[in-house]
Design a protein around this ligand. Structure first.
Ligand code: ATP
Ligand code: MG
Length: 349
């Protein structure tokens, strides 16, 4: 599902515009399985993107252009995603009908579920049980504020790019995760994408997204802790967070912030129990995003939640062309690429 899309070439270029890092992934969609053919990342200047909002489009557009140049990519068509508060994903039920007839009905239903003016949203939906026989069918509804989509398109235009698909963060994460962790299709699992500012929580049942939530916590908070409480420079703090050792300086913050994240996840889980009684309880947690690499964080989450927690990467099963990771460290950058990989997996038919 995507908010809109067009047909096109065999290679998909995806761009994940994060508040900390820009991530570019190119995927070849020839015959057979998709193959990752290019990766590039670049830091975003501090505060150019705050809470998902691009404060300084000039700087971000320049950084995007630089990224394409460094990756040697000339293709201008890209796949991007929107997410956050202004995107609503909801499972609804409507009378069973053909997909082609459903749009008007879903749009009408959407008015009851979407807290924004329906005239100002981009809407899409997917029938979750197309082969079901009941009188009603489950429909996954997606609504994004049109402003959000338009701002993104404009930013891309400024960088000389054109969005061929605008996807939704949660779906892209899910797509990449599903391909790489087929074993997670059983029971209830959570995928945490721990970014610079936001942690996207995705709870899946039998591989199907049940609940998505954003927690306002990411690597930025850990960095600020270290700056404020330990007098470190931003660079030193980042080096510690991207290192391999849980030092005495870092330990208390990993403990506290880890607790905070665990509570956020538990709340989402509790909501799940009321929303879907037969769903069962959470069995395993996968973490991706730059924050997943913070030394000791997955251990703290595991102890607090009493669950197995593992770091997830889109490179777990994905085929990768030779030399893609000659200049980028796959172990270090891999976890950051889940969203962009999910976007790039969209073969354009
Ligand atoms: N190898 C790495 N390269 C760059 N950043 C890394 C690396 N490992 C960990 N990090 C940390 O992860 C952060 C970026 O993670 P990520 O790309 O997931 O966030 P983002 O998508 O930019 O943020 P958000 O989704 O919240 O807007 C950086 O701020 C940095 O602290
Ligand atoms: Mg991100």
């Amino acid at each position: 599902m995507a908010l809109f899309g067009l047909g096109g070439s065999k290679s998909t270029v995806a761009l994940d515009i994060g508040s900390g890092y820009l991530k570019l992934v190119a995927m070849d969609h020839g015959k057979g399985e998709p193959v990752l053919s290019r990766v590039a990342v670049a830091p975003v200047l501090a505060d150019a993107i705050v809470e998902g909002e691009v404060m300084d489009p000039d700087i971000v557009a320049d950084t995007v252009q630089g990224l394409f140049k460094s990756a040697g990519i000339k293709q201008k068509q890209v796949v991007v995603a929107v997410g956050g508060r202004d995107v609503i994903i909801k499972k609804i039920q409507v009378d069973r009908m053909k997909e082609s007839d459903a749009y008007e009905v879903v749009r009408w239903e959407a008015q009851q579920h979407v807290p924004f003016d329906i005239e100002a949203v981009e809407l899409d939906f997917q029938i979750l049980d197309p082969d079901g026989e009941g009188l009603q069918m489950d429909v996954l509804l997606v609504a994004a504020k049109r402003d959000l989509v338009e701002d993104k398109l404009q930013l891309l235009a400024q960088a000389g790019l054109e969005a061929v698909i605008v996807d939704v963060d949660a779906f892209a994460l899910h797509n990449a995760f599903e391909l790489n962790y087929p074993e997670a299709k059983q029971g209830v699992v959570a995928l945490l994408n721990i970014g610079h500012e936001v942690t996207n929580v995705n709870i899946l049942l039998g591989g199907i997204p049940l609940l998505t939530r954003d927690l306002s916590i990411g690597t930025r908070k850990f960095r600020e802790d270290l700056q404020r409480e330990r007098g470190m420079s931003a660079e030193d703090a980042d080096a510690l967070l991207q290192g391999y050792e849980l030092t005495a300086d870092l330990e208390p913050f990993v403990q506290n912030r880890g607790e905070e994240m665990a509570v956020g996840l538990e709340r989402a889980g509790a909501f799940l129990q009321t929303a879907a009684r037969d769903a069962g309880t959470l069995q395993r947690v996968y973490c991706c995003g730059g924050g997943a690499r913070i030394p000791g964080l997955s251990d703290v989450l595991g102890q607090r939640l009493r669950l197995p927690v593992e770091v997830a990467t889109p490179l777990q099963r994905l085929r990768v062309k030779d030399q893609v990771f000659d200049t980028v460290n796959a172990d270090e950058v891999g976890p950051l690429l889940m969203l962009a990989t999910g976007l790039a997996l969209r073969a354009r038919r």
